[in-house]
Design a binder for this molecule. Structure first.
Ligand code: FPP
Length: 256
């Protein structure tokens, strides 16, 4: 009998991935770094497909960080070009497979052409019901928190509300990820064991999985290993085992 789909297994609704190791993959082959990014895009296409097939509802990919602007301009330009090609080449596929695109990050730093292509893809795919693909572009967790704080303060000043009444929901409603559930599992490839400013608020209770495999070599088999590992974890959200055994629905309602 075939394995049950993920959506029928322990709740893995939202998977987040730090795609790392493109440069090293290229270096091992004496290729320019961009060849690694190129191969990395192919992995993105395969993993999006596999996640949709498995019934995962949200996939967040760290595609370009606020700090990546500091890379040589040739590499930045090449990454932006790959993004534009990805959007153009995957349009049909996304529409056919019910994939909805959502972008998080500071769009103001992106070029007008990239911003236009992203907005067009978001609008076109808005009715996708299967998988929401969240691309983090020009994204930094601290930057997102700072922008959310500014927004919250602006709102509070305009409305003359009581700062003491601000709660987590109010804060979350000012984050780029408004309306998205928190990630259940974070995967980082290439052996680095850091979060690197990705989804700092949202990853508070995510399970973390690190693999030595470089992103261009990451495939459905490696994804399954991460999922199997996740299935063996016990998520307590700051509660005790006894509490979870007797009242499992407490899990998502409480933090410590
Ligand atoms: C990290 O590898 C990867 C990036 C900074 C970019 C990730 C981008 C892609 C996979 C392609 C573009 C994505 C889309 C969605 C079109 P690295 O360059 O830091 O690798 P290294 O640590 O081995 O040098």
């Amino acid at each position: 009998m075939s394995k049950p789909l993920l959506s029928e297994q322990k709740n893995l609704q939202h998977l987040a991935i730090i795609m790392d190791g493109n440069g090293r993959w290229a270096k091992q082959r004496n290729l320019p770094r961009i060849a690694g990014h190129n191969q990395g895009v192919q992995t993105v296409i395969n993993i999006v497909d596999e996640c949709a097939r498995q019934g995962i509802r949200y996939l967040s990919l760290f595609a370009f960080s606020s700090e990546n602007w500091g890379r040589p301009s040739q590499e930045v330009d090449a990454l932006m070009e790959l993004l534009l090609q990805f959007l153009a080449s995957q349009r049909e596929q996304m529409l056919e497979n019910g994939i909805r695109l959502r972008v998080i990050g500071d769009r103001n730093r992106l070029s007008e052409a990239v911003r236009r292509a992203l907005t067009a893809a978001e609008v076109e795919t808005a009715s996708g019901k299967n998988l929401t693909l969240v691309l983090a572009l020009s994204y930094g967790g601290r930057d997102e928190i700072l922008r959310a704080t500014r927004l919250l303060v602006q709102q509070a000043l305009a409305e003359g509300g009581d700062p003491a009444a601000i709660n987590e929901q109010d804060f979350e409603s000012c984050l780029d990820t408004l309306g998205l559930p928190a990630p259940d599992l974070l995967i980082r490839t290439s052996g680095e064991m850091r979060i690197s400013n990705f989804l700092l608020w949202q990853l508070a209770y995510a399970e973390l999985y690190f693999t030595e495999v470089l992103w261009p070599d990451f495939d459905a088999v490696e994804l399954q290993k991460a999922i199997d590992d996740y299935q063996r974890r016990k998520r307590r959200f700051g509660l005790t085992d006894d509490q979870l055994d007797t009242e499992p629905k407490l899990q998502r309602e409480t933090t410590d």
